[in-house]
Design a protein around this ligand. Structure first.
Ligand code: FMN
Length: 187
């Protein structure tokens, strides 16, 4: 089956980030023709249009990485009922210069997580709203709100919750199907 390159964007910089553990678990369980590459966001300067006169190397590297991929996976915690600024900044960087957005038309998927019960619902839907604004084609279903996320992983960061593993496996398959549909790939 044709290889599909998926950029993975994680909305947390924390060394022990559970979102990153979750993203790694999704990558490990995804169909083998999906190649999930983590694109790092921590070195991106805050977006400022003045920077376009001489774009920082981090902007150029980031834009090239997204442009070269065929799909995008967001895995994020929630900050104050919204998308962490880290992730919103990355989307803004990729959306400019005007007319040269690297997002437009790419299939995408959103996974949100929380330590508590709500699964990052606020961040999740804010991210879907922003994704629509940059013409990402976000998979509607299955929706992925991972609540009590830390309890699914052991000390080594490995996924230990079988039910979460089953859900993430089904999610990965559905995302592969969504990408194929959006990119009109042969079955
Ligand atoms: C500024 C800030 C705001 C937060 N707001 C929320 C929130 O609205 N909802 C929520 O479930 N967790 C909230 N949290 C908890 C984070 O989800 C949690 O600390 C952590 O970032 C989870 O992701 P990580 O392990 O990948 O870093 C907040 C944390 C911070 C630092």
């Amino acid at each position: 089956m044709q290889k599909i390159n998926v950029s993975v964007l994680v909305g947390s910089l924390r060394r022990q980030s559970v979102s990153r553990k979750l993203a790694k678990a999704i990558a490990a369980l995804a169909p083998s023709h999906l190649e999930l590459d983590f694109v790092e966001l921590g070195e991106l300067p805050l977006y400022n249009e003045d920077l376009e006169q001489d774009p920082p190397a981090a902007f150029t590297r980031f834009r090239s990485a997204i442009a070269a991929s065929q799909a995008v996976l967001f895995v994020t915690p929630e900050y104050n009922r919204g998308v962490p600024g880290l992730l919103k900044n990355a989307i803004d960087v990729g959306s400019r210069p005007w007319g040269k957005s690297v997002w437009s038309g790419k299939p995408a998927a959103v996974v949100s997580m929380s330590y508590g019960m709500l699964g990052g619902l606020g961040a999740h839907h804010q991210l879907r709203q922003v994704a629509a604004g940059v013409n990402l084609s976000t998979m509607p279903h299955p929706e992925a709100y991972i609540s009590n996320a830390p309890s699914s992983f052991n000390e080594a960061g490995e996924l230990t919750n079988a039910a979460t593993g089953e859900f993430l496996t089904a999610f990965g398959r559905a995302f592969a199907d969504w990408i194929a549909l959006q990119l009109r790939l042969p079955a």
